[in-house]
Design a protein around this ligand. Sequence first.
Ligand code: XMP
Length: 528
Amino acid sequence: TILVLDFGSQYSHLITRRLRELNVYCEMLPCTQKLADLEWTPKGVILSGGPYSVYWDDAPHVDPAVFDLNVPILGICYGLQEIAWNFGKNVLAGEKREYGHAYLKVERHGDGETGGHVDKLFQGLEDDAEVWMSHGDKLSHLPDDFVTIATTKNAPWAGIAHTSKPYYGIQFHPEVTHTPKGKEVLKNFAVNICQAKTNWTMSKFVDQEIARIRALVGEKGQVIGAVSGGVDSTVAAKLMQEAIGDRFHAVLVDNGVLRLNEAQQVKETLTAGLGINLTVIDASERFLGRLKGVADDPEKKRKIIGNTFIEIFQETALKIAEEAKGSDKAGEIEWLLQGTLYPDVIESISFKGPSATIKTHHNVGGLLEGMHLKLIEPLRELFKDEVRELGTNLGIPEELVWRHPFPGPGIAIRVLGEVTPEQVRIAREADYIFIEEIKAAGLYRKISQAFAALLPVKAVGVMGDKRVHEQVIALRAVETSDFMTADWYPFDGAFLKQVSRRIVNEVNGVCRVVYDITSKPPGTIEME
Ligand code: XMP
């Protein structure tokens, strides 16, 4: 196991991700972790970057015992300065910030007086490498007993190594993709220098997370969480179910603007298929009642749906908590599950302790004030592709694991203009046909997100020899890697013809179908 000590850099979790990609098991703990409290001995330690200057009075420092472990240590950015600070304290100068690409020149020392170990970190790399820098401080001179192993134009000590011990420090970030050979540097450290095993797999993550959840929640603790039928909340829910069984309470709120048959399907998959203790609340009437007459402001629709969701989730949580109280096997509901992923974690301030990592910007967190729930976020270290792998590992059906994202306000923001039950029906049926055809054509995974929207206009058509004046469906399908920018998907004509024919024939109230060929930007993915 490699121990990653986190100084709160925005890239810290990327270190653990890269190690996982190398099949190396690692644990990330706050930088202030006392080593005496650790029940295992790491094979190596990585000190992450962080937003501080070691000069600051409140700058965090590692337990000095880390240098008595006799295992290899790699300091990245702030971690490099932390090593230098431990080998002579006054070696640092706060200088101007450096941010962006830099060219690293590797210096090799051969087997001479250092015995060759100092060259191991950059073994197999070219002498020149592109790297990513993001730091304020840098070394002002080399600490005693260290040699330079790499330089850049602005940083004469961009890489240093101890002459006799396996301690390395690098100013650049090997964990980001902007450092193309960064993964090899981490591999050199973890696999070659620390000799960590490369046998970590996702199923080990499952065992480890289940153990962690059980320890956190205790023998009787109960957890509640909302599920949507999307991959993140389902994977988080399945993990909870594996860990604490029925002491996890999943809640699916049917807001009346889910996709066709969705509430029913999610219910079947989660309960019969995955054994999750699920309560489905049909609140369609309350949602649709409040959406009535709201026609010209999409943000107002979002607010109504968001607030009504919280209201209903709160009512349900209180009811479940009341019922759960009577049971002697379980204690009170103290925890709220959220399927937050790493990209949702905007600021990493984790060294201050678990409470500081709680985010109030996300979904319902922090809103159930009356219940004083603590957040539990088992996916917080994972990226989307890892969550999919985890989901597959937990036996979640492929169809759900690869599901396109679906917005919280659902079909309400895909019915442009006023949302009425009839408009929802039309949008739903058209959407169902579109997705069915995409799947049949084997395109579902190629497309990042696809849906049908109902435009608030009528057009003239001729159907069965009769003039009709009916509504228009707009199809939208995009490819994107991050949903920040997106391109429309170039379907072939025959495919679009088939979808259009089916929608006009099968969905009452529609006489025309158009395809949205706007990229993002300037368009957004949703039409409202
Ligand atoms: P836009 O339309 O902003 O969408 O290009 C980017 C991604 O975000 C989803 N989206 C939402 N998700 N609540 C959500 O939970 C919302 O209000 C919302 N608006 C957009 C959208 O489906 C796409 O995946």
